[in-house]
Design a protein around this ligand. Structure first.
Ligand SMILES: [Zn+2]
Length: 96
């Protein structure tokens, strides 16, 4: 799963944009992926661990557009718990 997410990120040319607190459709959100501009917005004030999980969450949305919010979040946290040091380092670099 993590390889699929990384490959999708790299092949599509996504970039991560760290932003202050933001709202979307009137609700506070921690992350948002824009397939038109190929940018993934992540709230910069979250702890590092949560920024990585949010990035994983948005990447899962991109690969599994039909998954529910709950399924995406559960999968993101499961992947986070099982990351290799190398993958964790890569993801932390992206959200730093
Ligand atoms: Zn979501």
């Amino acid at each position: 799963m993590i390889k699929e997410l990384k490959d999708n990120f790299i092949e599509n040319g996504y970039s991560v944009v760290l932003v202050p607190k933001f709202k979307r459709f009137g609700k506070k959100v921690e992350g948002y992926i824009c397939q038109d501009t190929l940018e993934i917005y992540i709230e910069k004030n979250l702890p590092l661990e949560e920024r990585v999980i949010t990035l994983l969450h948005e990447l899962i949305h991109d690969v599994h557009e039909d998954w529910s919010e709950e399924k995406v979040e559960n999968e993101a946290r499961k992947i986070y718990q099982n990351l290799s040091d190398r993958d964790l380092g890569f993801l932390e670099f992206l959200v730093s």
